[in-house]
Design a protein. Sequence first.
Length: 381
Amino acid sequence: MNLRPYRIDITDDAITDLHARLERTRWPDEINDDDGSWGTSLPWLQELVGYWRNGFDWREQEARLNTLPQFMATIDGLDIHFLHIRGKGPDPLPLVLTHGWPGSFVEFEKIIPLLSDPAAHGGDAADAFDLVIPSLPGYGFSGKPTRAGSGPAQIGALWAKLMAGLGYGRYGAQGGDWGAAVTTAVALADAGHVAGIHQNFISRMTQPAVAAAELSEAERAYLADVARWVDVEGGYGHIQGTRPQTLGYGLTDSPAGLAGWIAEKFRAWSDCGGDVDAVFTRDELLTNISIYWFTGNITSSLRLYKERVLAPPLIVPGGRVLPPFGHASFPKEITRPPRSWVERIYDVRQWTEMPRGGHFAAMEQPALLAEDIRNFFRKLR
């Protein structure tokens, strides 16, 4: 594994180009609605884009991100960007954290100190973790796969090689969204070295094969809820899973279009009551969006949805995931299976019903998520 330090360094020309494109935005009209059912609000997006052009300071965000120890590893010919934060405690447990779409490694910025240095934040130093936080292939500053075959199963195998290359013989894994599917894939690929896995989302790639007659009432209600969600909210996933390249042309060319596409999900999937500004600052939203813009990685990120369509399910019929499993169920998560459903394939050792929070748990409720992660892995050290 070829390992070297990495530093974010966006060129002045790229920032100038972004500002010029923002100034030339060609805006559509809209049907005024209050619930976002027609899509991202025009006045709200115009405000966000105006701030992106005239108030947002990328250099300030870049400097802050560059205080985090970043590295690039070449694994199987692909560059993988990752953060590597050493824990402050007597025996930190290695933990690989995996983000999803439309997020990035910056999702974990708030939770890093809570996990790596718990004693400095009201916790116990014995619960410290060494954190490895990769950018998914085709996301952030990682390289872009040039051919099909880089789905969650393959990424899980990459993460196993990354952890081995860093010298970790035993470690944990955690994630939400795509990070949940990858976390399960890590456990399947490297069960002998994985102490346990913790997720705040259950991927549709990790569903048990159950005959209809065997379903409980709660499981039937869950599957009906998933079907309703897909019907109302799942259009993005269908186009990204069928024609990601076609969608990518517009999102790669228009920063306003990119912001509208990504910000809609932070509003719809978070515990914000319809007011995304109540949960995320505009600097937080735009730092994440800017990473997609400056890397040009939006199209390659969308391809993971096509990979899901092309790939077989991670869990074969009758299959189980061996390492111990912990789950944090946040009330505004996009879909929430009952524990009985999850226990069909996972060895559930901890299940926590959270009081608040949504899909972007590490950003929305870092203290709650960190506490749950520490509690789960405490028994497995």
